[in-house]
Design a protein around this ligand. Structure first.
Ligand SMILES: [Zn+2]
Length: 155
């Protein structure tokens, strides 16, 4: 079962994975939809892999205000050593979703905590975070496809 205690055993991401995320987030920050992230000091949030998140329990990411400046993501289950890791491209919109929660907490403070009550949460925090996530998902899909097509052309 996943609880916030499961976050304790999270792992740091590798420098290569950090580089991939940095590149993706920078591209997103340069768009009008990513304006909020550009103005938010998101680099102070560490990205961590939480092994208790998986396809089975459906938990792909988390931001917990009292767990410090970190966001947690579901790790890739099948890394092929020696090949570029495609996972950051796949999970990046979840990262944006969790960073949006971090942004909400910074902006609203105590109000954020109050809004964590189940029903209220869906109407406030999640509604806003999913609006942002959907836009980000569209952006990253196009961005990754374009980059992939460009690489293919060069071969
Ligand atoms: Zn959420």
């Amino acid at each position: 079962m996943f609880t916030s205690l499961s976050l304790r055993n999270s792992r740091c991401i590798t420098p290569e994975q950090q580089k991939s995320f940095d590149e993706l987030l920078e591209a997103y920050c340069a768009t009008p939809e990513g304006e909020w992230l550009k103005n938010f000091n998101y680099k102070q949030y560490k990205i961590k892999w939480c092994d208790a998140m998986n396809i089975e329990n459906g938990i792909m990411g988390a931001f917990i205000p009292w767990a410090g400046k970190a966001v947690y993501l579901m790790p890739n289950e099948c890394n092929v050593p020696g090949f570029p890791d495609p996972w950051p491209e796949q999970i990046v919109f979840t990262l944006v979703h969790e960073l949006r929660h971090a942004w909400q907490f910074k902006k609203y403070g105590i109000l954020y905590i109050l809004c964590c009550l189940p029903v209220l949460r869906q109407l406030t925090l999640e509604k806003d975070a999913w609006r942002i996530t959907k836009q980000a998902e569209k952006f990253f899909t196009e961005y990754v496809n374009k980059r992939c097509a460009a690489k293919f052309k060069r071969k």
